[in-house]
Ligand binder design. Sequence first.
Ligand SMILES: *Cc1c(COP(=O)(O)O)cnc(C)c1O
Length: 463
Amino acid sequence: MSERIRYYSTNRNLDQVGGITPFRETVSFREALLMGQAPDEGLFMPETIPALPIGALKALKGAPYTEAAMLVAEAFLAEEIGTGALQRIIADAYNYPVPLENVFARKYIMRLDQGPTASFKDFAARMMARLMSAFRDHGNRLNVLVATSGDTGSAVGEAFKGVEGIDVTILYPRGEVSGRQKKQLDTIGGNVRAVSVDGKFDDCQDLVKQAFSDPAFVDFNLTSANSINFGRILPQIIYYVWAWAQLSREGETAVFSVPSGNFGNALGCEYARRMGLPVEKLIMPTNENDEFPRFLETGIYEKISPSRACLSNAMNVGHPSNLARFFDLYGGTVDRTGVVHRIPDLDEMKRRIYSVSISDRETKKTIKRVYEQHKVLLEPHGAVGWRGLEVYLELFGDAPLCISLETAHPAKFPDEIRELLEINPDLPQSMKDIDDRAGEPVFLPADYGKLKTYLQQHLRVKD
Ligand SMILES: *Cc1c(COP(=O)(O)O)cnc(C)c1O
């Protein structure tokens, strides 16, 4: 039996963080999963990263996705949850395909857009939801409360749909979500409720924060299911392992290009490499929010605030939340406000990681060119990833196996695709199904008293 992995906070080495005492203890996976964030507002990190033998990685060639998922998940969780329970969670979470589309030579697009919300966020959210259900305090319900401005909310909402013992309340700003996003959120149904708030995204976040600090809800097991939960990072290791096993020849190394915003997706690749996956380079292209490529170039980190609005809108991030984890893995510390307390090993970082900022203009040109040359359809996020790979290959020379990630379905960007390519992208079945769904949100003003009354009337404490 191996040791149980403990989890520490990325803020543990700070003296004081704005009056908050650094959290110097460690917690179990269960605690990290249910707490989401460390008490000092740091991010939880595994103290040890389990190793996967190269033989086990190679043996995944031709294996279904769920087998790769099992290999990775067991490496972290074998001491925490039984094999049978984990197998059921994985089979239930990953019931859709993961296409690897050849572009030319040995350059591939991995499409992570076949889940219920046509976003790569489905991979993480679906597994995290089921892990939370398995690890919750049985007998008591878990109440997930999230504020969202768009696609994260629908991925989380769909992921928790029908999951035992958990109810979800999603707050979204009425005027700031698209018609399609609204419809998707409003019609999930069952244990997932949408609340349409007459206010801005910041109002929704404030309301959620107030509920979390309200003693009236201590018995309700409120949890945030947010993107910095380690339970959302772990599942994002799996597709790198699986894709490499399918495509690599005789164990050769691969270059991955990951369009990046909050860096959770790229972090999955970084962990995969540290577990033993032969990753030659991790490319992390950003849109015009270029704080990270600038940092790699200059060693000076300056967050961008407010963030720049780009076509690849899920990557409009001026200070990536998971940067704290990247810094930590390379011996540095940065806090949530963007202050660097200790600079990471920049040389080592540059050996492993390449980053480049891709403008909206280049993003559009890439969508057009890749479609015309290769008949491969990309949307803006995937185009940033692909262009990042091209720039890397131009600078450093060819690499045999390259895999660039497509993180959303092109049908989510019909106007851009139509303008650039004069075609209408086919809707995936999941998006077609939404048109036939019915459901109404609850309407609330941006007023905590009203939200409190609503929650007290609707949330359940016991199973
Ligand atoms: C969230 C998101 C990203 C960015 O992923 P991070 O893990 O935040 O770097 C990229 N593309 C799409 C479509 C997304 O929804």
